[in-house]
Design a protein. Sequence first.
Length: 295
Amino acid sequence: MLANENRGSCLWRWMSASLAVVAVALSSPAAATAGEGEDAIVVVNGAVTVERGQVVDGVFVANGDVEVAGTVTGDVFVASGDLLVTGEVEGDVVALTGLTRVGPRAVVGGDLIYADEEPEVSPRASVGGEVRQEDWGEFIGALPLIGAVALWVGISVSALILGVFAVMVAPRAADAVSEQARTRLVLCVAYGLAVFVGVPLAIVLASATLIGLPLGLALLLALLPLAAIAYVSSAWALGRALVKDGSRVVAFLAGLAILRVLAILPLLGALVGFAAVIVGLGLLVAAIGADRRPA
């Protein structure tokens, strides 16, 4: 019984630690606000605001709206999104897609370059260089591919950090998860499907009343970290099935590598990712249930 309790404690510690890692990642806001004297801001997906009185070296955004009310000592580059300049940009302003607006008393020291919509420049604004259109048709056409690659890399790195952290912090809990995959895989799939259907249903039912709305919102916020933990659980179980002896980290990396390579394939990758989340949910439920049974 004591061994069972110890293993259950490890499993909960593993879950808590994993949730903590995901929470830290999610706590970084998609919308970035510049601080005073910052280096260049680089954002893959999310809005950026340089507030009045703040100074940054540059702003480079792949996808998201940008507002510059402060000072940018370098360039501003926006691949996809609207741009509003009411402060000062000492370098060039480059916008590929979206509308650029330069407000009254705004200053652009260099060129104002656009590829899609013609910028709206106030007569009271100052642009030191040229306002010109560049033909970046091929580059703009490649933006969806660039975005997909960035998303793939982001998910891969996040899963790598989460999984390695989990197997190192709670190795016995990780072993309990892989044991469920080895002995009760079909039942784990059933558990995973039940959770996948049950949690959204619980959200809908809980949100139907004013009292249950906070619970529904809490469950909704729990979906993303829960799916992330489930995905790395499947990667770990797959890797341990292939690498039966040796380092847990190596086993996890083997499983994650397979899932991330398959994720590159357009349709099959999505199906494999969905299956990994379903199986991972079932593995977690089965492992928690097994730890609660008397030894």
